[in-house]
Design a protein around this ligand. Structure first.
Ligand code: ADP
Length: 661
C-alpha cells in the first residue's frame, strides 16, 4: 500500500479523499492556489504545496506543477477527485511517465469515454443500448436539419467533447435545429476547443439514472447499483438519491449488466459511472461514462456501506476487489442535496463572500461533505459549492424527512445560498411520490422559484416559537433584575408579522409553555436560551427546528427555507406600531444592478432601445460562469452606465430604464 498520496484537487472532494487516506494510515499532500492558502483542504492535509495563482488554469490544471509537488514530497500516487484533471488523459500519461500512480482508470479508458461520439460507438459495439440518433460529425446547419428530420423530433444537439451541460440544445423543429446547431457549435468551440456536434433523439420526460461500477487490475468488474439524479437545473444535478424509486430489480440488473459490459470493453479498473436516461416505460439508453469519482458518490456509499475512495486507492495499488457482485447489497435509502453559494431569487447567480456563520447539521443519519469552515471565504475563482448534504433512512420517506429536518438546521450566513430552494424541492408532494424526471424543476416551478413559502400551519408554529423565545428573553432579563424588581411577566403579547397582528397568550405549563393563538393552544417544549441560533424543541409533541436570529427588536425565524421577520410587542406597543407609517424602500426597479462582483462581458442593448421581459441585457462573468442578466419586464433603456470590460462591484448600476415602474 502507498505511504503517501497527493490530492490534485480542492474543496470538499479533497477533504473527503484525505479523510479516507488518513483512516487507511496513508499520509496526504494537498496542493493549493493563492486563493486557497487558508482553505480547509490545506489545513487537513499532512503537507501542502503551493502550485500557483488563483486561476485554475494557472494552478489546479498545471500538470507539471502537480508532478513537481509529488516529487518534492515523495507522494507515490495521485487522487484527482472530480473536475480539474480527473478525466485528462495527458495528466494520467504524464504521471505514468514520472512513475507516479494515477488513482483512476487507464488512459485508454479515459480517452475512449472522453468523447461522446466515440463512447457511444463503443457502447453500441459492447451491446449497450444507446439513444437513437446519428453518430457522425455534422458538417453544417443544413445537414443538421436533414439528420434531425430523419431522427425525428424532438432532438438533442450535443457537443461531442461536451460536459457540464455545455454545448447541448433541444430542438423541436427545423428553425430550432438551425439556431441550436449554431449555438451548440459556438459554445463547444469556446468551451472545449472542439466544435464537433452530433444529434440524438430527445427522450421526453426522462429520468437520469446512473450505475456505479468498480473494476480492479485483475479483470474483476462489479456494479454497485444506481443513483437517480433526475432533479436537475439546466442539465446540472441538484438532488441525487440511491436507490432510484423507479427501478425494479430486473431493470437494475439489466442496466448493471450493460454498465459492466461497457466497463469491461475498456478494461476499466477504478470507480466509474455509466449514465443512462430512462423513459416512462423503463427503456434505458446510455448517455456517457464518467471515468472518475462522481460528486454524488456518497449516496452509493450510504446504501452499500462501502468506501469508494478506499476501493479506488486499493485497486490502484494493485489489490484485487475484496468482494464479488453477489456480495453487493443495497440497504435503505440515501439522498444528497448540493448546497451552493448562489441566489435562487436572482436566477441562481453565484454569490460570493465570507461565511460569517457556518454550522452544518450534526446527526447520526446525516453526512456532510464540506470544504469550508465558519469564517472562510467563497471566492469567484471556483465552483460555488459549499457542501453536499446527505441523509440516510431505512425507507425513502424517512431519508426525505431527515433531509427536510437537516436543511432546517443548516445555518449559513454571510452570503446567499440555495437551502430554501432545496427545502422547497424535497417537500414537494411529487418528490415524496418519487415521480421524478429531468423537467421536475421547470414543471414544479413554472414561473421560476420565488422563494420558499411558509404554510399557515408553519406560520402558526413560528409565531408560537417567537412568543416562547421572547418570553425566555424576558424571563432572563427578569432574573438579572430580580433583586431589585420582583419579576412579573405578562401573559398577553402581540406578534407582528409585517402589518399582521397575532394576539398570543403564553403561560408556563410543565414541561414547557402553553401558547394560545388563533383559538388553538399549543404546548411548546424547548431548552432554547437567548443567544442560541437554533430553536430545537417540540410543538404538540412534534420535533421542530427553527433558526433564530435577533436583530434589535426583530426576530428573524427560518423554517423550511422560508424566512420570516416578526416583532413580539405588548398589546399597547403593537397598537401604537400599527399607527406608524410604513417605510417605503427606494425604487430600484428602474435600474439593472450587477448581482455580484464580476467582469462585465457584454451589453446586448443600447440607449433608447425597447426591450421585452426575458430579453438579454448584459452578461457578467464571475466564478468562471457567464451569467446572463435579463429584463424582468418590458421597458425602454434610458442610459448605459457601464462598459464591457469593466470590473463591477455588487449592486453597481449597469443601465437605467426610462420612467418609474
Ligand atoms: P454532460 O456531459 O454535459 O453533463 P450529458 O450527456 O450527461 O451531458 O447530459 C446531461 C443531462 O442532459 C442528462 O442528465 C439529461 O437530463 C439531459 N439529456 C441529455 N441527453 C438527452 C436526451 N437525448 N434526451 C433527453 N435528455 C437528455
Amino acid at each position: 500500500m502507498f505511504q503517501k498520496i497527493l490530492i490534485a484537487n480542492r474543496g470538499e472532494i479533497a477533504c473527503r479523499v484525505m479523510r479516507t487516506a488518513r483512516r487507511m494510515g496513508i499520509k496526504t499532500v494537498a496542493v493549493y492556489s493563492e486563493a486557497d492558502a487558508l482553505a480547509l483542504h490545506v489545513r487537513e492535509a499532512d503537507e501542502a504545496v503551493a502550485i500557483g495563482p488563483s486561476a485554475a488554469a494557472e494552478s489546479y490544471l498545471k500538470i507539471d506543477r502537480i508532478i513537481e509537488a509529488c516529487r518534492a514530497t515523495g507522494a507515490e500516487a495521485v487522487h484527482p477527485g472530480y473536475g480539474f484533471l480527473s478525466e485528462n488523459q495527458a495528466f494520467a500519461k504524464a504521471l505514468d511517465a514520472a512513475g507516479i500512480v494515477f488513482i483512476g482508470p487507464n488512459t485508454h479508458a479515459i480517452a475512449a469515454m472522453g468523447d461522446k461520439i466515440e463512447s457511444k460507438k463503443l457502447a453500441a459495439a459492447a451491446g449497450v443500448s444507446t439513444v437513437p440518433g446519428y453518430l457522425g460529425v455534422i458538417p453544417d446547419a443544413e445537414a443538421a436539419v436533414k439528420i434531425a428530420a430523419e431522427v425525428g423530433y424532438p432532438v438533442m444537439i450535443k457537443a461531442s467533447a461536451g460536459g457540464g451541460g455545455k454545448g447541448m440544445r433541444l430542438a423541436h423543429n427545423d428553425a430550432e435545429v438551425l439556431e441550436g446547431f449554431r449555438s451548440a457549435t459556438n459554445e463547444a468551440r469556446s468551451s472545449f476547443g472542439d466544435d464537433r456536434v452530433f444529434i440524438e433523439k430527445y427522450i421526453v420526460e426522462p429520468r437520469h439514472i446512473e450505475i456505479q461500477v468498480l473494476g480492479d487490475a485483475h479483470g474483476h468488474i462489479v456494479h454497485l447499483g444506481e443513483r437517480e439524479c433526475s432533479i436537475q437545473r439546466r442539465h446540472q444535478k441538484v438532488i441525487e438519491e440511491a436507490p432510484s424509486p423507479f427501478l425494479d430489480a430486473e431493470t437494475r440488473a439489466a442496466m448493471g449488466a450493460q454498465a459492466v459490459a461497457l466497463a469491461r470493453a475498456v478494461d476499466y479498473r477504478s470507480a466509474g459511472t455509466v449514465e443512462f436516461i430512462v423513459d416512462r416505460d423503463r427503456n434505458f439508453y446510455f448517455l456517457e461514462m464518467n471515468t472518475r469519482l462522481q460528486v454524488e458518490h456518497p449516496v452509493t456509499e450510504l446504501v452499500t456501506g462501502l468506501d469508494l475512495v478506499e476501493l479506488m486507492i486499493r485497486v490502484a495499488a494493485g489489490e484485487p476487489l475484496p468482494f464479488g457482485q453477489d456480495d453487493v447489497t443495497l440497504t435503505g435509502s440515501a439522498i444528497e442535496a448540493r448546497v451552493y453559494a448562489e441566489d435562487p431569487l436572482r436566477n441562481f447567480l453565484p454569490s460570493i463572500g465570507r461565511l460569517t456563520r457556518y454550522r452544518p447539521p450534526t446527526d447520526e443519519h446525516v453526512r456532510v461533505d464540506t470544504g469550508v469552515y465558519e469564517g472562510a471565504e467563497i471566492s469567484i475563482h471556483y465552483d460555488p459549492m459549499i457542501a453536499k448534504l446527505c441523509t440516510y433512512g431505512e425507507t425513502r420517506d424517512l431519508a426525505t424527512r431527515r433531509m427536510a429536518a437537516a436543511l432546517d438546521s443548516f445555518q449559513i450566513r454571510g452570503l446567499n445560498h440555495n437551502i430554501g430552494f432545496l427545502a422547497a424541492l424535497v417537500t414537494r408532494p411529487r418528490f415524496a411520490e418519487g415521480r421524478l424526471s429531468t423537467d421536475f424543476i421547470p414543471t414544479e416551478f413554472p414561473d421560476g422559484f420565488g422563494g420558499a413559502v411558509m404554510s399557515a400551519e408553519d406560520l402558526a408554529r413560528v409565531v408560537a416559537i417567537a412568543a416562547v423565545a421572547h418570553r425566555r428573553a424576558v424571563e432572563r432579563d427578569a432574573l438579572i433584575a430580580a433583586r431589585r424588581h420582583p419579576p412579573a411577566i405578562a401573559a398577553e403579547w402581540t406578534v407582528l408579522v409585517g402589518r399582521d397582528a397575532h394576539p398570543v397568550n403564553i403561560v408556563p405549563e410543565e414541561p414547557g409553555y402553553a401558547v394560545t393563538l388563533g383559538g388553538h393552544t399549543h404546548l411548546v417544549q424547548t431548552d432554547w436560551q437567548p443567544g442560541d441560533a437554533l430553536f430545537e424543541g417540540k410543538i404538540d409533541g412534534h420535533a421542530t427546528t427553527v433558526q433564530v436570529d435577533r436583530v434589535g427588536t426583530i426576530w428573524r425565524l427560518i423554517r423550511g427555507g422560508a424566512a420570516i421577520e416578526l416583532r413580539v410587542l405588548t398589546p399597547r406597543a403593537a397598537a401604537l406600531a400599527a399607527l406608524m407609517p410604513v417605510k417605503t424602500p427606494p425604487d430600484l426597479s428602474r435600474l439593472l444592478l450587477s448581482p455580484m462582483p464580476g467582469l462585465l462581458v457584454s451589453i446586448a442593448v443600447a440607449a433608447g432601445q425597447d426591450v421585452k421581459a426575458g430579453e438579454e441585457l448584459a452578461v457578467v462573468e464571475a466564478m468562471k460562469m457567464e451569467n446572463v442578466l435579463r429584463a424582468v419586464r418590458d421597458g425602454r433603456v434610458a442610459k448605459i452606465q457601464a462598459n464591457p470590460g469593466d470590473s463591477l462591484a455588487v449592486d453597481q448600476v449597469i443601465l437605467e430604464f426610462e420612467g418609474a415602474s
